[in-house]
Ligand binder design. Structure first.
Ligand code: SF4
Length: 576
């Protein structure tokens, strides 16, 4: 029997209770979204005592399923005002699942100025005074906490941005090397954690084992088949392990869909200098690691370790979205500067997409020139210092645009758009507009069929087919985010029908149920319905499922296309 850990920050108490039977097959995003929809008032103050911070390992947590350690965090977002799920790698997801913890629910809020560490072990849960680490950023926080609790633990923490309740604050999860490099970045959930008065969770897996399996032989067979699908697909077996997600910089640049200078152009002349291919060369020459897993049990290993000219660790290999937001989008073509920014974001605890977008908006507003890498680094440092301009950037692109009188602010539902221009990759535009999460590339990754030729082919410049494409992907993603598997398994899932069958067989074998591909799709719909219901009650209706007007009015070079998917079609995305 798995347990729900409920933490009440008003009374500083923690208790375990059995996971209700109807939540048994809800993991990851499925749990966070269905739970929030049932138990949180959508009109509550996102930073108030009535909001809840929820996190849950996926259905395949604590198993040998490859990439199954993702941990979903949820709450009402201070950035969008709607429901939020944001998931991260790192070690904590597997450790929580090994402890038999189905989900953690944090309610209430501690007295202002009081910080706490929640220590979760096999023999119990304790809330301890975190005064010793309050005011520290993530790297130092992890180091200090592990001096106390041991280096075989995983740490979930916030940096200064979360303590300051900034809307772009992330939640960090420590990786295999005990570094806080994995973040639930989107939607300001770090501020929700800060609003509860929690600086960190320490998760100690000592004395635990993998989850029991109802049918170990069937699980082993399905797991082997799934592994074979991953190892056969060129994206998961070659592209991602070799070049990381940043393999996309050259691809999107070639396609004319790489947003450049705050979404003014679709190509960046310095793209090659910040590409995944260049990062691979640089990391290899300097003795870093071009291939690395963000948590144990990942066989794709899309990450890497970025080192400086002297071979010293700087940060993990910056991901495509980070490189784009702080590179081409800001007119910056210096990988070392981008790596430095990535390190600062991880340390202060910030969403690299939201803040990169905010800096580009600030550049358009004349705060600093496009291409000013050192100026961008200084702005991020100022977020950590809590200066007025730093707090503006740390509040995201929308606030930054309003403060500096910028009209071209690339956000949906208050959340900054990621690294695919919605005019040149229209399927992504449909996902940005309609996702329950605000602009979010992971919610329905239409780049696959629009640009990469994965999961079919839909012309990226045409309206036809984009709504159907985004709908199917959003449903499948909502289900996949509930398994604890990394989204990147979607590449083989889209091209090889046996991969999804294997996932469903692993779930069946773990839980002793019959879980079919139809169940999987129905489950995705259920999650989306719960999220849409929450958002509707929070005041986010179909009029919020729109892109900013400038995407319809300003053609983006080199293809000179606008976003022209009619509103009536956007309103059909959730017609299921
Ligand atoms: S594929 Fe990349 S992001 Fe996904 S679990 Fe592995 S290392 Fe992490």
């Amino acid at each position: 029997m798995t347990q729900i850990l409920r933490i009440d920050m008003k009374n500083l108490s923690a208790k375990m209770e059995p996971a209700p039977e109807d939540f048994r097959l809800l993991g990851g995003r499925g749990f966070t979204s269905v739970f929030l929809s049932k138990e949180v008032d959508p009109l509550c103050d996102p930073l108030g005592a009535n909001n809840k911070l929820v996190f849950a390992p996926g259905l395949l947590g604590a198993t040998s399923a490859p990439t199954s350690g993702r941990l979903s965090f949820g709450g009402k977002s201070p950035l969008t005002g709607g429901i939020k799920e944001s998931n991260a790698g790192g070690q904590a997801g597997q450790y929580l699942a090994r402890l038999g913890i189905h989900a953690v629910i944090v309610d209430g809020a501690a007295a202002p100025g009081k910080w706490h560490t929640v220590v979760i072990k096999k023999d119990g849960v304790k809330l301890e005074d975190a005064g010793g680490v309050a005011g520290m950023n993530n790297y130092e926080t992890v180091e200090k906490l592990q001096e106390t609790y041991g280096d075989k633990t995983a740490v979930i923490s916030i940096g200064r941005a979360g303590e300051m309740l900034l809307s772009a604050a992330s939640i960090a999860v420590s990786d295999q090397e005990n570094r806080p490099t994995r973040h639930a970045g989107r939607g300001g959930l770090g501020a929700v954690m800060g609003s509860k008065g929690i600086k960190a969770f320490v998760v100690d897996p000592a004395g635990t084992d993998r989850a029991p399996l109802a049918d170990a032989e069937a699980f082993k067979t399905a797991q082997r088949n799934f592994l074979e699908s991953l190892s056969k697909h060129p994206v998961t077996s070659e592209g991602l392990p070799t070049y990381g997600t940043n393999v996309l910089t050259n691809v999107l640049n070639e396609a004319g869909g790489l947003p450049t200078l705050n979404f003014s152009l679709g190509r960046f002349e310095g793209a090659e200098k910040v590409s995944g291919e260049r990062a691979h060369e640089l990391i290899t020459e300097r003795g870093g690691k071009p291939t690395h897993g963000c948590h144990s049990g990942c066989t794709i290993r899309c990450s890497g370790v970025f080192v400086d000219k002297d071979g010293h660790y700087v940060t993990k290999e910056p991901e495509y979205e980070t490189v784009w937001a702080n590179g081409p989008n800001c007119g910056i073509d210096d990988l070392d500067a981008i790596a430095r920014m990535d390190r600062l974001y991880d340390d202060i605890g910030l969403d690299t997409i939201e803040c990169g977008a905010a800096i580009a908006v600030a550049m358009e507003g004349g705060v600093l020139p496009f291409g000013d890498a050192q100026g961008a680094i200084k702005l991020i440092q100022e977020v950590g210092e809590g200066t007025p301009i730093g707090r503006v950037i740390g509040s995201g692109a929308l606030v930054t645009g309003k403060v500096f009188g910028v009209k071209r602010i690339p956000v949906v539902k208050g959340q900054a758009m990621p690294a695919y221009d919605p005019r040149a990759v229209k399927g992504m535009g449909v996902t940005y507009a309609t996702s329950t999460m605000g602009a979010d590339h992971t919610a329905g990754y239409a780049t696959g069929a629009n640009i990469l030729g994965v999961g079919g082919k839909v012309d990226p410049h045409k309206v036809e087919g984009q709504v159907d494409l985004s709908r199917g992907l959003q449903i499948a993603t909502a289900a996949l985010d509930s398994t604890g598997l990394c989204l990147f398994v979607a590449f083989p899932v889209l091209d090889d029908p046996t991969a999804l069958v294997s996932i469903c067989e692993m779930i069946s074998a773990k839980y002793g149920v019959t879980y079919s591909t139809d169940n999987f799709i129905e489950f995705g719909k259920k999650v989306l319905r719960a999220e849409r219901d929450f958002n509707a009650r929070a005041g986010l209706g179909k009029e919020h499922d729109r892109l900013p007007e400038f995407f319809q009015l300003e053609p983006v070079p080199p293809h000179n296309v606008v976003f022209d998917v009619p509103n009536a079609e956007l309103d059909q995305v959730f017609n299921f």
